[in-house]
Ligand binder design. Structure first.
Ligand code: ARG
Length: 594
């Protein structure tokens, strides 16, 4: 029966009811979409906000209504009967407040439990998206900015995947020397590397690429002859000369090994399609843009003028070379036309906002993207702020160098391990168990600390804070989860059995609050995806564990106490976790003493 099917978020389901009501209330306003929002809990759970705007549309048209409030009243009266709704009321100028029925909440959670949380995944309008994230630069160390991009990008990808969007996770590695600084680096590295490779001809896979880059850069800046030879090396590379190509691909390979270690540690999956990948397509794309009349000549360079911008978007440099912009225009074209993506998401620091604004405007002018920002295909820049040190300044090490990402992960892990040892875990656990737990908690803490703030704000990196088990941290959430699992375990009940037989009754207000919060999961994921804000999901999870704790403390005699809500929480948190996480959870449970 239709009743058995999953029908979208709570909001979606309410919207359906209000749609019907609106159709009856104002039959000639057929294009009115219901405006449903969560509301102040004093008045209800949700509200419908259509009365005001409808009133402004119909007043003076001979309508029988005398103001927004009667319109709201009629919307309320015309609502079809539904087991979803316990009661309705009118507030202010026609807001219709809705209180959901406890039985319906309970029944819905039970369905979610039986059929799986994924049957509640939100329905987004896109089928395929590109998330362009991490994207470090060859021959340079990944820094804390790349950490943010990696963490935020991976989280967005996961949320979209949960929402049944096919995500192309793209690592747009800077491997082609398109940005000025990168090109310098590549040229230099290339030159030295090539000469060493050719003349020494030894296996250089083990060289320290970063030190190599630094030394090269110094020489590049101080030795004009060297500089010239380096520049020549780039021309040869771009011209496709075999031995230069070979040297270049070896440099890339060495760098790649470095990032892959980081990705492995963080559990990140992504596919490298670096800048060089798009190189063969650039001339064709520029030709198309030229034909469309977008490209003009300016001071020897070929550019696209963008309204409201001080500088044009340079697509071919005055020396005839391609750059970051030419590659990005081409990558956008490729993603749209070859990969058929409907949503392109770029995760970089806010410093690159201007670049992406120009890129997207150019794509709109070319007719690749529709005008405006609300239709598909669409492109978004997901910018993020700086990581700050304790001093409130850009996060640096004592030697004022950029902070290396691997060092941060190492420290997070070793601090966690020390804390576990201090709690006597070294005697209880094997070394491997200790290691794995320290990694799961340590890396989780780093990720969560990054995600929980609005990405646009700068955030202060603080190990003590992120590893605290009391505040809004990953450690706190992991412990809460472990505790819930152990409640279930201690109940001695069979989880599968419980799902089917453990009927839910939401008597106590705290039970109801927890139940409603659980049902809102899909809505929150949808909001986080639509606005590209992972912190919305963090806030939800933190509140979820708060609701659980309140329920657990206040509902000692509830028949559901050991069973259903904790089970639901378990499912919510537990189901989609990776295998590795789940054994760590078991260990954490033991460490909770439950
Ligand atoms: N490699 C660039 C950097 O390190 C980020 C690339 C972002 N992606 C893109 N399509 N432009 O800043």
């Amino acid at each position: 029966a239709a009743d058995e099917e999953v029908v979208g978020t709570v909001k979606d389901q309410l919207a359906k009811l209000f749609e019907e009501s609106l159709r009856v209330t104002v039959p000639d306003q057929t294009d009115t979409d219901p405006l449903i929002a969560a509301c102040n809990p004093r008045f209800g759970d949700y509200q419908c906000n259509n009365a005001m705007s409808l009133w402004t549309k119909i007043k003076g048209t001979g309508s029988a209504f005398t103001g927004p409030q009667p319109v709201g009243q009629a919307i309320m009266t015309n609502l079809p009967r539904s087991e979803m709704i316990e009661s309705c009321s009118i507030a202010g100028p026609g807001f219709v407040n809705v209180k959901l029925s406890r039985q319906w909440i309970a029944k819905s959670i039970q369905k979610m439990l039986i059929k799986g949380i994924e049957t509640w995944s939100p329905k987004l309008r896109v089928k395929r998206a590109v998330v362009d994230f991490s994207s470090p630069n060859i021959a340079k160390e990944m820094h804390v900015g790349h950490l943010r991009s990696t963490i935020i990008g991976d989280t967005l990808a996961r949320m979209l995947e949960f929402s049944n969007v096919e995500v192309l996770r793209r690592n747009h590695v800077g491997d082609w020397g398109t940005q000025v600084s990168i090109s310098v680096c590549l040229r230099v590295c290339m030159h030295i590397y090539v000469s060493v490779y050719l003349f020494v001809s030894s296996d250089l896979a083990c060289i320290n690429i970063i030190a190599f880059y630094k030394a090269s850069k110094q020489r590049f800046d101080s030795d004009p002859g060297f500089k010239e030879r380096a520049q020549q090396a780039v021309v040869s590379l771009q011209g496709g000369k075999e031995k230069y190509r070979k040297a270049w691909s070896q440099i890339c390979e060495i760098s790649r090994k470095g990032y892959e270690k980081v990705y492995q540690r963080l559990g990140i999956v992504l596919e490298e399609k670096g800048e060089s990948f798009y190189n063969p397509y650039i001339p064709g794309v520029l030709e198309e843009l030229g034909k469309k009349g977008l490209i003009e000549e300016s001071e020897g360079a070929r550019v696209i003028f963008i309204e409201g911008k001080k500088y044009p978007f340079i697509v071919v440099k005055s020396d005839g070379g391609f750059n970051y912009a030419s590659t990005d225009l081409t990558a956008l074209w490729y993603r749209l036309n070859e990969e058929k993506a409907e949503w392109m998401i770029y995760v970089t620091d806010v410093g690159q906002r201007e670049h992406f604004e120009m890129l997207f405007t150019a794509a709109k002018r070319a007719g690749w993207l529709p005008p405006g920002d609300n239709s598909y295909p669409k492109a978004n820049h997901v910018g993020f702020g700086l990581v700050l040190g304790e001093d409130g300044k850009r996060f640096r090490t004592r030697s004022t160098e950029v902070v290396k990402l691997v060092d941060l992960l190492d420290e997070a892990k070793s601090r966690c391990k020390a804390a576990l040892v201090e709690r006597g875990k070294a005697e209880e656990w094997t070394e491997e168990e200790l290691e794995q737990t320290a990694e799961a908690v340590g890396y989780g803490a780093v990720k969560y600390a990054d995600l929980k703030n609005n990405r646009l704000t700068n955030y202060t990196f603080n190990f003590d804070q992120m590893l605290n088990d009391q505040g809004n941290t990953a450690v706190y959430l992991l412990y809460a989860h472990a505790r819930i699992c152990s409640i279930i375990r201690k109940s001695g009940k069979d989880v599968e059995e419980l799902k089917k037989t453990g009927a839910l009754v939401l008597e106590h207000p705290n039970e109801r609050a927890l139940g409603l919060h659980l049902l809102q999961f899909a809505e929150i994921v949808e909001e986080a995806c639509t606005n590209l804000l992972p912190n919305v999901l963090c806030e939800y999870l933190y509140n979820l564990s708060g609701h659980f704790t309140t329920f657990y403390t206040n509902c000692q005699t509830s028949p559901n106490r050991w069973c259903c809500q904790s089970l639901v929480a378990f499912v919510l948190w537990g189901q989609r976790r990776r295998q590795a996480d789940s054994c760590c959870v078991k260990r954490l449970q033991r460490s909770c003493g439950n």
